[in-house]
Structures are given as C-alpha cells and as structure tokens.
Design a protein around this ligand. Sequence first.
Ligand SMILES: [Zn+2]
Length: 74
Amino acid sequence: MSNRVVEGRMVTPERLAELIEGERPMEATAIEDADRECPDCGGNVISVGYMPSVTAFVTGYKCQDCSWSDRDAQ
Ligand SMILES: [Zn+2]
C-alpha cells in the first residue's frame, strides 16, 4: 500500500493529488518521499505524480505535517 498519513489523515495517491490540485485527478502514481523539507515547518515532504487532464502530467509535493504544497507541471 502506498497510502500515507498527511496532516493526521491516511490518504491515497488520488486523495493526495486532490489536496494539492484542488480537484480529483484522472490518474495518480504511488506516493514517494520527496527527499526535501517543508519550507514552512521543516516537516517531511512527500510527492505524487498525477494527471489533472489527458494531456498533462504534474508532480505534486505535500508536507505531511502542515498545509504546505507545491506542484511542477511538465
Ligand atoms: Zn509543513
């Protein structure tokens, strides 16, 4: 299972992408450790790849401890 705890809640890759993007993605890859620290609280950052539409792929980043998130569109 690649579910992870984010802000005290267990989330699936799809739910994590939804938290970052604001809407549910068409598809999401497994959650991975992003190997970086949250700039707001120093917490652990995890990443997930997802497709907000058929033609787009985004790597999203989310802090596990606070509401900070970021995204890289390709
Ligand atoms: Zn944080």
